[in-house]
Design a protein around this ligand. Structure first.
Ligand code: TRP
Length: 353
């Protein structure tokens, strides 16, 4: 049976892009009961690789991300939710995996290259940041995960992990499991654009709807959304492709929403046709989108508010999850050291290989 591991860096609260791109799917996977184990990791140690000077940001966002998880329906009874830095075995695994990867291989990683550029590191790249793909291989292999649900930008990390697993299993005994990435089902969900139409919803661009936003914030943000710049008057024909409002509808709208909030159309296709023909104003479309998002986000926000009243309970949940995760990682580390022949004191005295 399949074992899943995935995670997020705690550098900010989670937004609608995270929700459609990954959280919703995780909850479905969790509730399907089809998986042997599901591990969800808050990757604080990875977040520190480019935030060493801002520990508080990472610290404070651990509980924010945990609240986002729980309010979306991740359930600690079914999924192990844990904090990366609480599993020291991951560092030990990384240390041995570092010998299986060359500097030039890391330099070729397109995601790391892109992040180095975006962060303006130039010649001052922290070593920890540069090597985080190796530590991510430790995260995945420590739990023998064979499935890793991630966004497209993480594919190079999974490929790097697969290479490390193959090298390890060839050089030593084959104790590690080669993982496969699980991508979001459709492109709308894998990359929700920002409110301003930018390619991605991102905290630094200030174009996000957060899971914790108030109902009023959501309404105001939707009203300010970009639409089709050529659709100036209601009568003008409009474009639905590359129109953020319609992309959000593609991601969230179901036929029932029309029955409930806009019965003059049967489905999204009918509404889109009207928009393309002309005669359907942006205000109506936005109002409809607002109804849908309010109904989707209200239960999440309410659960979040309730849980945030008892952070002690959230931290206790994370502690328990981390203790369980640590046991599993320690078992794998033990197997890894035995496979390498460096478990010297296992058994009686200084063991032979
Ligand atoms: N790199 C991932 C991100 O930035 C977070 C992460 C760390 C991760 N370790 C992982 C994801 C292991 C999947 C598996 O979002």
């Amino acid at each position: 049976m399949d074992v899943i591991l995935t995670g997020d860096r705690p550098t900010g609260k989670l937004h609608l892009g995270h929700y459609v791109g990954s959280l919703k799917r995780r909850v479905e996977m969790q509730n399907s009961g089809k998986y042997e184990k599901i591990y969800i990791m808050i990757a604080d140690a990875q977040a520190l690789t480019d935030n060493a000077d801002d520990i508080n940001k990472v610290r404070n966002n651990i509980s924010e991300v945990a609240l986002d998880y729980l309010s979306c329906g991740l359930n600690p009874e079914k999924s192990t939710i844990f904090i990366q830095s609480q599993i020291p075995e991951l560092c030990e695994l990384s240390f041995y995996y570092m010998n299986l990867v060359t500097v030039s291989r890391l330099q070729r990683n397109p995601t790391v290259k892109n992040e180095i550029q975006m962060r303006g590191f130039k010649q001052s790249i922290p070593v920890g940041f540069f090597t985080y793909p190796i530590s991510q291989a430790a995260d995945i292999t420590a739990f023998k995960a064979n499935l890793v649900p991630v966004g497209e930008d993480q594919l190079p990390m999974i490929e790097q992990t697969r290479e490390i697993v193959r090298s390890f299993n060839t050089l030593y005994d084959g104790v590690l499991v080669e993982p496969t990435a699980v991508l979001p089902e459709n492109s709308t969900c894998s990359r929700l654009p920002g409110l301003d139409g930018a390619a991605k919803m991102s905290k630094s661009l200030g174009n996000c709807i957060y899971l914790s936003d108030s109902s009023n914030d959501i309404k105001k943000k939707i009203q300010s959304m970009f639409t089709d710049p050529t659709h100036l008057r209601v009568e003008d024909p409009g474009h639905t492709e590359n129109n953020p409002v319609f992309i959000y509808l593609d991601a969230f709208c179901r036929d029932e929403h029309f029955a409930a909030f806009l019965p003059s159309y049967k489905n999204l296709e009918e509404m889109k046709e009207h928009y393309r023909r002309g005669g359907l104003g942006d205000g109506t479309v936005k109002k409809f989108l607002n109804e849908i998002l309010q109904s989707e986000l209200k239960p999440i926000r309410e659960k979040r508010e309730m849980l945030s009243g008892d952070l002690g309970q959230v931290f206790a949940m994370l502690k328990k999850g981390s203790e369980h995760a640590r046991e599993i990682a320690a078992q794998t580390l033990d197997e890894v050291k035995s496979a390498m022949g460096i478990n010297y004191y296992k058994g009686n005295g200084f063991c032979k290989r």
